[in-house]
Design a protein around this ligand. Structure first.
Ligand SMILES: Cc1cc2nc3c(=O)[nH]c(=O)nc-3n(C[C@H](O)[C@H](O)[C@H](O)COP(=O)(O)OP(=O)(O)OC[C@H]3O[C@@H](n4cnc5c(N)ncnc54)[C@H](O)[C@@H]3O)c2cc1C
Ligand code: SF4
Length: 331
C-alpha cells in the first residue's frame, strides 16, 4: 500500500486584540513567535508556500487606535492599519500629499489595496523569488546568494548597497514617505519611539534578515507626515513589467519646492534599486538653487547612477533610473 501525505496548513494561534495595550502586550510576550498581521497580502503568500511557519499571529487591524487618517497641528497622521485604498481615496492626503496617494494607487491591484495596510506595505519582506521559493540563501540564514551567482536571474535586483544580498525594497509607499520626510511611530509596551522614514529601512550590511529597524515586541503604529512638504510639486512614476499586480522595476518619488522657476529645495527618492528607498542627495544638491528646466534635468540625471554596480541582467535599470529622475526634475 502506498502511503499518502496531506499538505495541510500547520496550526497557527490567531490573536485578534481590539485594544492597543493588549496588542502590544501580545507582541511583547510572543516576541519572534508572534507574527504581526495586517491585511495578510504579503503574509499569506509565505504561508501558502509553506516557507514561513509562524506559531502565532497577532492581527492588528481591529485596533481602532491604529486606524484612520487625521490632521494634526503640524501635518497628518496615518494609522498603520489604514488600508492602501483609504490612503488613495483620502481627500486630506490628496489635497496635501498627493505624492503618497499617487504612489499608493500604484500598489498591486484594487483587491490587494482594499485589504493591504500601510504598515504591511512598509514592512513587507523582500520579493526576491529565490528567497520566496524557500531557498536557503543569505537572507534565509544560509550562506549563498542565488540571485548574485553566475547563473542567477537578477533583473529585478539591486544597483546599490549590496552586501551578500542584492534584494530591493518592494514597497511603493516607502519612497514617497521618505521624499515627504515622514516619521514612523514605533510602539511597544511601556513606550514609543520615532524614527525618520529614511532611517526606518535597513540594508543587508546592517541586518540581512530584516528590512526595518523594528525589534521584537515592537509594532509600527502610525506614520506622521509634517507640513514641511505639503503642496510641493510632486512627481511619482513607477515602471513595472505590468501595470497592475506587479512590483516596480524602478520607481521615483520626488517633492520639489519651486519659486519663480527656481528649485528651492528637493527630495528625490528611488524605489527598487537598493534594499532601502534610495535618496538621491547628490542630485538634490545639484539642482537646489537652479532654474527648473529640461536642460538641468539632462545635465544632472547621470549623477543618480554614480556608484551603481550592475548585476548580469539588471543593466537596464541604470538608464531607466536616470530617465525617471530626469522626468521628476523637469516636471
Ligand atoms: C500579487 C501581488 C502584487 C503586489 N504588488 C505590490 C506592488 O506593486 N507594490 C507594493 O508596494 N506591494 C505589492 N505587494 C505587496 C503587499 O501585499 C502589499 O503591499 C500590501 O500592502 C501588504 O499589506 P498587508 O497589510 O496585507 O501586509 P501583511 O501581509 O499583513 O504584512 C506584511 C509584513 O509586514 C508586517 N507587518 C504588518 N503590519 C505591521 C505593523 N503595523 N508593524 C510592523 N510590522 C507589520 C507583517 O508581520 C508582515 O511581515 C503585492 C503583493 C502581491 C501578493
Ligand atoms: S538577493 Fe538576497 S534574498 Fe535573493 S537570493 Fe540573494 S540573499 Fe537571498
Amino acid at each position: 500500500m502506498v502511503a499518502t501525505s496531506h499538505d495541510v496548513m500547520p496550526d497557527i494561534e490567531l490573536y485578534q486584540p481590539t485594544d492597543e495595550a493588549n496588542a502590544l502586550a501580545l507582541a511583547e510576550s510572543l516576541g519572534a513567535d508572534g507574527w504581526l498581521l495586517g491585511g495578510g497580502q504579503d503574509t499569506y503568500g509565505w504561508l501558502k508556500d509553506r516557507n514561513k511557519n509562524p506559531a502565532a499571529m497577532i492581527e492588528l487591524t481591529q485596533v481602532d487606535a491604529w486606524h484612520g487618517i487625521k490632521e494634526t497641528p503640524d501635518g497628518i497622521e496615518i494609522g498603520a492599519v489604514t488600508t492602501i485604498t483609504e490612503i488613495v481615496n483620502s481627500p486630506l492626503i490628496q489635497a496635501k500629499f498627493a505624492l503618497l496617494s499617487t504612489a499608493a494607487s500604484r500598489v498591486a491591484s484594487p483587491q490587494i489595496r482594499n485589504v493591504g495596510t500601510l504598515g504591511g506595505n512598509l514592512n513587507q519582506d523582500a520579493r526576491c523569488w529565490y528567497y520566496r521559493r524557500g531557498l536557503d540563501c543569505y537572507r534565509a540564514g544560509g550562506n549563498i546568494c542565488y540571485a548574485d551567482s553566475p547563473q542567477g536571474l537578477n533583473r529585478e535586483h539591486a544597483l546599490f548597497g549590496a552586501s551578500r544580498c542584492v534584494a530591493v525594497t518592494p514597497s511603493d509607499t516607502a519612497p514617497a514617505l521618505v521624499a515627504l520626510d515622514a516619521t514612523m511611530v514605533i510602539s511597544r509596551t511601556g513606550g514609543q519611539r520615532e524614527v525618520s522614514a529614511q532611517d526606518f529601512f535597513v540594508g543587508p550590511a546592517r541586518d540581512i534578515t530584516h528590512m526595518t529597524v523594528l525589534n521584537e515586541g515592537e509594532i509600527l503604529t502610525a506614520v506622521r507626515i509634517p507640513n514641511t512638504w505639503a503642496n510641493a510639486e510632486f512627481y511619482f512614476e513607477k515602471v513595472a513589467d505590468r501595470n497592475v499586480w506587479d512590483f516596480a522595476l524602478v520607481s521615483v518619488a520626488a517633492a520639489i519646492k519651486v519659486s519663480g522657476g527656481t528649485i528651492e529645495d528637493a527630495r528625490i527618492v528611488c524605489g527598487a534599486v537598493e534594499c532601502v528607498p534610495r535618496r538621491m542627495e547628490a542630485v538634490e544638491d545639484a539642482i537646489r538653487g537652479q532654474q527648473r528646466s529640461e536642460e538641468l534635468a539632462n545635465q544632472v540625471a547621470s549623477i543618480a547612477s554614480e556608484g551603481a554596480r550592475t548585476l548580469n541582467y539588471n543593466h537596464f535599470k541604470v538608464p531607466l533610473m536616470e530617465n525617471l529622475v530626469k522626468r521628476a526634475i523637469r516636471g
